[in-house]
Design a protein around this ligand. Sequence first.
Ligand SMILES: *Cc1c(COP(=O)(O)O)cnc(C)c1O
Length: 400
Amino acid sequence: MKFDEFPAQALMEITARPPLVFVRGKGSWLWDHEGKRYLDFVQGWAVNCLGHSPSVIVDALAEQSRKLITPSPAFYNEPSMQLAQRIVERSCFQRVFFTNSGAEANEGAIKLARKWGALNKGGAYEIITFEDSFHGRTLATMSASGKPGFRERFEPKVPGFPKARLNDLASVERLITERTVAVMLEPIQGETGVIPATDPFLRDLRELTRQRNLLLMVDEIQTGVGRTGKLWGYEHAGIAPDIMTLGKMLGGGVPLAALVATDAVSCFEHGDQGGTFNGNPLMAAVGCAVMDAVLAPGFLEGVEARGAYLMKGLSNLSARHGLGEVRGRGLLVALDLKHDIASKVTEIARDAGLLLNAPRPSLLRLMPALNLSQEEIDTMLAMLDGALRQTFEAHNAPGA
Ligand SMILES: *Cc1c(COP(=O)(O)O)cnc(C)c1O
């Protein structure tokens, strides 16, 4: 079938997509409608932690769907309790509410903080967030985001999200008033270019929020579930936040996310929070399979080792082509290209059979499956080397 024969125009146009239809995936590889194979370093947007269609997820879906797909959120089901238990056992939190997307988890986190402020801080409701942050695409989460380009859209915004500068404690302190209830941030800003909050900054922020009786909320939708080489991103700094949100890799490819909180701040009353599909056993069973895989002995150490190997390879490439910094943690990694060639490089790489992401005009982001092989990293590095050479030849730019 040719691309033109697919009814693509029946879909709402929301972004520029290449004329490819992906029909099959296995591990680190994807196949398009013409049978062409691609090495995938996007992985459903940092979602498929175990690669495409891993057998543990296929089996969990098949088994659970034969037993029970959903009894309704008004009743308990076993997989949701099992998954919540796996999360609280391995974190500093005690309570979990499951959602269907990261943005929905963050909406819940915002509501929980506001409820806590209403009960404990005289109605304080402002949540300090950060420039260049990304928290989702609902109205409140767009308002919370500091992503450039969001500010002008869909006015009026939801009020109550003053923006501080990442890794600048004084900029946070200046925004604290009697209306402030919490500070929310990503341990590593993912969508705007893999910008880490430093460990000392996270520790200072924890100290400051504790002193001022404010909640610390971490959006771990991109960093959680092993992406950075530890189960949760906040662990690197050795802090204990009050609220965490998860998404992306929690479902390993199916829609599953979570709002996670300590007992002390879990103050929702009946009627405050809910949702039709929330905590359904079909998705929760997949979450259990994902958590079991990520918590298996040696898995996270492997993420750390492959992350270090990937960063070393990228640093060599960067030196060879005269490019910029390689940064990240675990298998959330970015390469600064120093020139605005990222979309050209991703295009050339795609034609050659390698899928990459360009979150900024001069930046590549790599978010492969956590269980990819060293050989697949080598293959990617060779293909990226070729794509860079071709880009510089075509542009006759420095670094050729
Ligand atoms: C992807 C992402 C979100 C939004 O999650 P959705 O599932 O797309 O709604 C929120 N925060 C961060 C840090 C993300 O990476």
